[in-house]
Design a protein around this ligand. Structure first.
Ligand code: TXA
Ligand code: MG
Length: 368
């Protein structure tokens, strides 16, 4: 496969210079990272950071990630950098890893939402780095969407969500990872992953001997989650999403029941997303479910054929499933899908992060 860098667009120098000047002047800039697009502001300016919360409609108790170019720059933001944190950063940065560390007193309260920790990340996307270099200040940035919408993985998605609330949009092409960074706390040699991402617990364990890494068990809706973002309602597509684990007779029956309650006129649109052959299996079960129904979907319609339209998005790998997930959700809504049946991937590699985002999008409904 061609390297994703080859397909990336890169803004003109004049555009980068304008965006960097805007950051320094306290304005907001949308920029690409390797995970998702970010909505950035000067992390040292309380006022600039507040503009992020306004533009997103983000609850003030949800802290932001500060983006920097290097480990040296992190030194100015944190109280201390433990050996384990430093080892993790030097192994996985620049890249999709965010560490929650004890904050230096100079970090504005708006960034940390009043916590005594600050989340920091060194992005690898060349456009993000070019912006950080030219702005020459740390940049606080959440995902570039209004609260409750999906994290944008193209500049068009960011623009559709934020519109004129932001004057500068930098286009760096589609994001390579497609899911938000791994967020982890480090206390001594103990690492707790608050949000799974492309850097998995196993990768951290393998790379830094002696660190203990576990996944947080805090669920969304938890009263005092360690990561405030987890308690806020996560994006869900308009369509009902169910996760498909395994082909069984019961799966067909459950699908038939779900289809029976969709009483739209005309063919019912069902989305199918997943990796490779899994999509064939799911589509087969959907068709069988429709045939088994015989009733509502058959009767009252012009022909005697079951009327269902299957819109399929198929990824050749788990990595591509992750890369396109948010875009596909948007496309399913545009297609008017009443139901999206998503392949529940295995937990290996990026699979854990994919399952996390899929479960948040569905409320955890799995059929098998
Ligand atoms: O990939 C990403 O991380 C993207 C790109 C733009 O870097 N950013 C992103 O930001 O996803 P956001 O704000 O959508 O998600 C940041 C998450 C939230 O769940 C937030 O609660 C958590 O990180 N977080 C930030 N600071 C924290 C802190 N001090 N302690 C615990 N969790 C923190
Ligand atoms: Mg977000």
């Amino acid at each position: 496969m061609k390297n994703a860098h080859d397909r990336r667009s890169f803004p003109a120098e004049s555009e980068l210079a304008l965006a960097a000047a805007a950051v320094r002047a306290g304005a907001l800039v949308v920029f690409p990272t390797e995970t998702v697009y970010g909505l950035g502001a000067d992390a040292g300016s309380e006022e600039a950071v507040r503009r992020i919360f306004e533009a997103k409609g983000r609850p003030a108790d949800n802290p932001l990630i500060v983006h920097v170019l290097s480990i040296e720059q992190i030194d100015g933001l944190v109280d201390r950098l433990s050996p384990a944190a430093e080892a993790l950063l030097s192994t996985f940065s620049p890249g999709p890893l965010t560490l929650v560390l004890p904050a230096a007193g100079s970090v504005p309260r708006a960034v940390t939402a009043g916590l005594d920790t600050v989340a920091v990340r060194i992005p690898s996307h060349p456009v993000a780095r070019a912006l950080l270099e030219r702005a020459a200040v740390p940049i606080a940035a959440p995902s570039a969407n209004r609260s409750g919408e999906p994290s944008p993985t193209t500049v068009a998605m960011a623009r559709a969500s934020l519109g004129d609330a932001v004057s500068h949009y930098l286009d760096g092409g589609p994001c390579e990872v497609g899911l938000e960074s791994t967020v982890a706390t480090v206390e001594g040699s103990r690492v707790v992953v608050l949000r799974p991402g492309a850097v998995s617990a196993r990768m951290m364990r393998d790379a830094v001997p002696g660190v203990e890494v576990e996944y947080s068990t805090a669920l969304s809706g938890d009263e005092s989650p360690r990561s405030p973002g987890l308690k806020h309602r996560h994006y869900r597509p308009r369509a009902r999403v169910v996760l498909f684990a395994q082909e069984r007779r019961s799966a067909t029956v459950e699908l038939a029941e779900l289809l029976a309650v969709t009483d739209d006129e005309g063919p019912v649109t069902v989305g199918v997303i997943g990796v490779g052959d899994e999509c064939d299996t799911i589509a087969r079960c959907v068709r069988r479910g429709v045939a088994a129904l015989g009733g509502p979907l058959r009767a009252g319609r012009q022909g005697s054929e079951p009327s269902v339209r299957i819109v399929e998005r198929r990824a050749p790998s788990l990595e591509e499933y992750a890369r396109y997930l948010y875009r596909w959700f948007g496309e399913m809504d545009e297609a008017g899908a009443a139901l999206v049946v998503a392949h529940l991937p295995p937990e290996r590699g990026i699979g854990r992060a994919l399952r996390d985002r899929l479960e948040r999008a569905t409320g955890g409904a799995v059929i098998s």
